[in-house]
Design a protein around this ligand. Structure first.
Ligand SMILES: NC(=O)c1ccc[n+]([C@@H]2O[C@H](COP(=O)([O-])OP(=O)(O)OC[C@H]3O[C@@H](n4cnc5c(N)ncnc54)[C@H](OP(=O)(O)O)[C@@H]3O)[C@@H](O)[C@H]2O)c1
Length: 312
């Protein structure tokens, strides 16, 4: 497994990570243990979760972190654990956002659920326009100084918000965000215009989420077919499984096959051929999917191949 630096920081992470938004809700402890054990076996050490994962399932918000905490017990030091705060945990206005009050409470809640005394990467899940960035970064910096958080990251920020956060951290001598978790894959490339240049300039690594567009980029869904998997039940199913997306998928798949690869190889390889990209955090329903994803992660596209994919 290749190791990568995350942004302009000393943190080294596995090129393939594991997303766990299906832990707690969709996967029971036994299924999740198989997935996590296979990830470790394959050299995956970066695990991404969030306080809110599990909300909407019978297990409820917090259940992904709780399950991960149970499964990591006794081997915490083998994982780099990234979690997030800020998305509503419930209907109350008191359980959301990036205020000092909620950050301090959220961090304690996540530490308890994860059964750990430190979070490796603590990410603002989404920008909070109501809270001054000085307050957010100040509260995060206090957690870093207290040893409860090792690194700070952001997610779903606009480019200007990243520049603002980095500049504020620098001028106020606060912990600087090292990563940006963003929706990025072969079909969704919107961050290339502004966000990626901002991250390059300010030393943030990109953690692409939905790297497989919820499974669509595995090629297992066919037009008019009833493919099996979570995408079928997703509220985004219609938007993702649209005729134009199937056309693009066909062109991308043909590109991969002409070069002796699969669409899954291309989904991982295209992301990992970009040096700004840190861990690619696909989720998995089974150990077989974890293995397939790690095997698929080795293709590094040449500059000519990257230029060709840019037109597809
Ligand atoms: N920061 C944010 O706002 C944000 C938002 C969303 C997600 N995330 C993070 O990103 C992670 C990944 O997102 P995601 O899981 O929703 O999307 P994804 O990684 O694009 O899709 C993963 C899903 O595709 C299927 N799959 C994975 N590997 C496969 C393989 N080799 N063959 C066939 N099917 C395969 C599995 O579902 P099935 O088996 O059911 O098909 C799996 O759950 C999340 O776990 C979370 O950590 C962050």
């Amino acid at each position: 497994m290749e190791s990568r630096r995350l942004g302009r920081s000393g943190l080294t992470v596995s090129a393939v990570g594991l997303g766990t938004n299906n832990f707690g809700g969709r996967l029971n402890d036994e299924a999740a243990r198989h997935v996590l054990n296979e990830a470790l076996e394959q050299g995956v050490n970066f695990i991404d979760t969030a306080d809110v994962y599990g909300r909407g399932s019978t297990a409820g918000a917090g259940s992904s972190e709780e399950q991960l905490g149970r499964l990591m017990a006794g081997r915490r030091n083998r994982f780099i654990v990234a979690t997030k705060f800020g998305v509503p945990m419930g209907d109350s206005d008191l359980e959301r956002g990036a205020s000092r009050r909620w950050i301090t409470t959220s961090a304690e809640n996540s530490l308890r659920r994860l059964r750990t005394d430190y979070i490796d990467l603590y990410q603002v899940h989404t920008a909070d326009p109501e809270t001054p960035i000085e307050e957010t970064l100040g509260a995060l910096d206090d957690l870093v100084r207290a040893g409860k958080v090792r690194y700070v990251g952001v997610s779903n920020y606009a480019a200007w918000q990243m520049a603002d956060a980095v500049w504020t951290a620098r001028t106020e001598h606060l912990a600087r965000p090292i990563s940006a978790q963003m929706h990025y894959n072969l079909l969704v490339r919107g961050i290339q215009a502004e966000v990626i240049p901002a991250c390059e300039a300010h030393g943030l690594g990109i953690i692409p989420y939905f790297p497989l567009e919820s499974g669509f980029l595995t090629g297992k869904y066919k037009p008019g077919g009833n493919g099996h998997g979570r995408l079928v039940e997703s509220p985004r199913a219609g938007e993702i499984m649209s005729p134009p997306n199937f056309d693009r998928l066909g062109a991308l798949e043909a590109f991969a096959v002409e070069r002796g690869h699969t669409i899954l190889d291309l989904a991982f390889g295209w992301l990992l051929s970009q040096s700004i990209v840190g861990p690619v955090i696909a989720s998995a329903s089974s150990p077989e999917q974890v293995r397939a994803n790690v095997v698929a992660s080795t293709w590094r596209l040449s500059p000519d191949e990257m230029a060709a994919v840019a037109t597809l």
